[in-house]
Design a protein around this ligand. Sequence first.
Ligand SMILES: [Fe+2]
Length: 615
Amino acid sequence: MRVLGIVSETHDSGLALVKDGVPELVLEEERFNRIKRTKSFPSLSLSAAFDERGLKLADVDAIALPWNTRRLRQTVAWSLLRRIPASLNLLHARAHPPQRNQIVFLERYIARGLAQHFKVSQSSLPSIFGVGHHDAHAAAFFVSPFDDALVLVMDGYGDDAASSAYLGRGNRLERVWKTGVFNSLGLVYTFVTEHLGFEGFGDEGKVMALAAYGGERFVSVFRDVLREAPDGAYQVNMDYFSYDRYGQIEPVTAKFIAAFGARREMGAPLEDRHRDLAFALQAVVEERILALVRGLLVRFGARNLVLTGGVALNCVANGRVLAEAGIERLWVPPVASDTGAPLGAALWHSHQTLGLPRTTVMTHAYYGSAYVDDAIERALSTANLAFDVMPDAALVGRAARDLADGRVVGWFQGRFEIGPRALGHRSILADPRSIDIRERINRLIKKRETFRPFAPAIPEERAAEFFEISQPDPFMTLAPRVRPDKRHLIAAAVHVDGTGRIQTVSARDNPRYHALLTAFGRLTGVPVLINTSFNEQEPIVAKPEEAIACFLRTEMDVLVIGNCYVSRHERQSGAPLADPAADAYNVHQLKPRSGGQSTRSSALDRKDVRPLKDE
Ligand SMILES: [Fe+2]
């Protein structure tokens, strides 16, 4: 039983293939069409998925969409009617967040798109099922490590709610609580993000980072914005917001502006009041989520918690929930936001609707497309880059030495990771010991805001030495405190509030990345690397060509791509690098350098080099 989960017309178009309840591929269209948060029909993802697997449409048994559009249409109609005449503004196209215009007719768009893509009639498509939006988010439970758990979904809004709680047991989920669509922590966070001059539905993480620089002056007022409600629930005080009547045209009221000041223009200087508003938003959202989880635990008594929906990208709040809410274990999927909605729809249909047993736990996020060695080497040759093909240990050793020498390494390995975080398959890596590296990466490579922290990656078994953390976090979903006695060792990875957006790396799920961290630890005594996404103001790179273009465009020092090693400095200067592992290189292909300079590798006689099998 293969289910295709698919969505378009929203801010995260994409698809997932799930066979007998096991995820095969999860692809976001933005990785292919290179448009951040695209809502285009995911034709390129379909081609990539079906070509890679050698599939035809006949191999798909059912199609699942992460929206129950009939329920959504009822919600929209009821919301409009209750707030007439002001709500008529919501009919204006500009009033809508980027995903809501056509989503009420999603089945039509998907059926038409699939029929065109596969060149068949709509009537010959497999049956299409609309899964409730929060049901799709909650279905992450089916690939969680828990047999039973409380599942809390919080996002902008779904087809009938903004927050929902489920009880999961085995292959069943039951919704036990929900709020109305406008009583939304996600929408409040998004519209305050916009008020602070950032992009809503995308830059919320920047506001979370900015919050650490703020002070408490707005906190008590913000507690009136997000009020406590009975049983730990929360209530958005709509005296401060008008998004329920005017949408994005006018999301906040005069009362909000009187309390927190005028909207900051995008790119304008950040002032204390902006930082203080970010602080208040973050602090009170954390309080409300904590109270909500505690209230739900009192009512339903769970030990395990799954947090999902876009609000679960807030790793600072997640960390507090794990530390303070009274649960034993927390799991947040790598695709908590709508990037995981197609996967969730397919999982819900497989387990909840069809009753298939659960057979898999998602322990890694590497469900994107892979590129074979030939494709990588072709791309390097096309770019006229000299490269060495190296066996695993030599490649890892050389990259670790580069990192220890302060070089910035582009790291491209295997299938790309799903979700918004780079997790060591499409990452830019650097030495965390000196704070200067942050400035260098920001200035020369990432060109991003200086207040944003860099995330530390660490072998899973060493995590507790450096961080106050009680469980693995392979998906960068928590921000635990860095142990005070270790902060000076990883200065560049410590945020101003003393936390780190950690990724724990296991040898089982990511052996080469784990080996790199371990080798760097042997060289330096610090088994931690800074890990930031492999991109420059664009979606994270997917293909080798995009990684190479990013490497050439920026000031990255080294590119490790598959089994190939490329050094910018060597390429530019032609100067040989002292490297004791040189004899181990499998000299695969050599390109003439400009000016006729020879490379160190080219000095090796091909016939003297025993070809080594690529890992
Ligand atoms: Fe969502």
